[in-house]
Design a protein around this ligand. Structure first.
Ligand SMILES: *Cc1c(COP(=O)(O)O)cnc(C)c1O
Length: 368
């Protein structure tokens, strides 16, 4: 509907932007580093003092900034960090200092030798091919080994391991690890099957052993071994249901309009007003990781009041029904104490991991 020419008055009365955070049009991502540290300590407290709790900071610290995250977890007490690829290890080396161990899950890839050596990274070797590459290009350089206890993703199979085990152990690996496929569901029988396989494969092995990420830590001491590798729980995600929320995301309102019954909103007209509706258009979209599957499903919040997303998610915009709010706020929250990354993930039929690691580069970020 056409707006009356208020603009004349607006031109005569310049408005001061009301947002107290000082931003204008940029969505604002808040990362609570104290909550991150508290989550590390809480997960650390779930295992015996003899068990080392490491920290997984791959994918740019699950999207929250690997350096800031690593610095915080270092101060909290983490001594060993895990990343996915060598470049991610190089990115945090200066932050964590020369002494801390940085392990690389993808192992020793072709062309990585120089970076592994220069940055003092510990590749977790996954195959005979990687073992060969490592011993040939960097003899004597520290390494770990991943065993496949049943996930069939990375690591040496039991037959391969038994063939090379004595030779490898003679080279004194820094860590022997495996990974659980189904630890988000403690009742899944796969967990104990993998535990038994890992025990069998590591019988008599006198180097530090590691099996569990966040889910395995929650399943109890038999899964802990010497080193645990939490990731998602640190960042406030399930399966660590007691996690403190780490991320807040507030998205500014650009424009508000009144929609008449029978009018559509957004691409494809996927939402149709059945009564007069006030719709706010917000400045973030799927290019910022608010994935398209949230369209017509997710809710945003003004304080504790939910406001449904209506219509499709655009690349840079969201449209939200704010009819029930007494006045339209400057911004609405999509992540925060009212809505966790997992709540939002449910609306988009995905998991908290994907919501976090999709958060785009356009946000103004504040670390508190
Ligand atoms: C990502 C990853 C982790 C951390 O898992 P979370 O479920 O995020 O705690 C640990 N180990 C390996 C091998 C991983 O790939």
């Amino acid at each position: 509907m056409a707006a009356p020419p208020h603009w004349v008055g607006v031109l005569l009365t310049p408005r001061v932007p009301g947002c107290t955070c000082g931003c204008m049009g940029t969505a604002h991502l808040t990362i609570d580093l104290a909550a991150l540290a508290a989550n590390w300590r809480a997960l650390d407290a779930l295992s015996a003092p003899s068990v080392e709790t490491a920290a997984v900071v791959k994918a740019d610290g699950y999207g929250l900034g690997a350096r800031q995250v690593a610095r915080t977890l270092l101060d909290a007490g983490a001594r060993r960090f895990f990343v996915a690829v060598a470049e991610e290890g190089a990115a945090i080396r200066e932050t964590v200092g020369p002494e801390r161990e940085i392990c690389v899950f993808s192992g020793h890839m072709p062309g990585d030798a120089e970076m592994i050596a220069a940055q003092g990274l510990v590749p977790i070797l996954n195959s005979i091919e990687q073992l060969t590459r490592h011993f040939e290009s960097l003899p004597g350089h520290p390494f770990g080994v991943q065993l496949d206890s049943g996930m069939n993703r990375l690591g040496l199979e039991p037959v391969e391991w038994s063939a090379v085990r004595e030779v490898i152990l003679g080279q004194n690996p820094a860590l022997v690890m495996s990974h659980l496929a189904c630890a988000d569901d403690p009742s899944d029988p796969m967990n104990h099957r993998q535990l038994a396989t890992f025990r069998e494969m590591t019988e008599g092995v006198a180097v530090p052993l590691s099996l569990s990420a966040t889910g395995g830590i929650l399943m109890g001491p038999e899964f802990h071994f010497d080193v645990t590798r939490p990731g998602i729980g640190l960042y406030g995600g399930l399966p660590f249901s007691d996690a403190a929320p780490v991320v807040g995301l507030s998205i500014p309102v650009i424009q508000v309009r009144e929609i008449a019954a029978g009018e559509i909103v957004g691409y494809g007209g996927s939402w149709l007003a059945d009564t007069p509706t006030r719709v706010a258009t917000l400045s973030a979209g799927y290019a910022d990781g608010l994935i398209r599957a949230m369209g017509n499903e997710a809710v945003l919040f003004h304080g504790d009041v939910p406001c449904p997303l209506v219509g499709r998610v655009s690349m840079d915009l969201l449209t939200v029904d704010v009819s029930h709010l007494p006045e339209v706020p400057e911004a609405l929250d999509i992540l925060g104490p009212q809505q966790s990354v997992d709540d939002l993930a449910d609306a988009a039929e995905t998991i908290g991991y994907e919501i976090l690691t999709s958060l785009g580069p356009r946000y103004r970020r504040s670390y508190i």
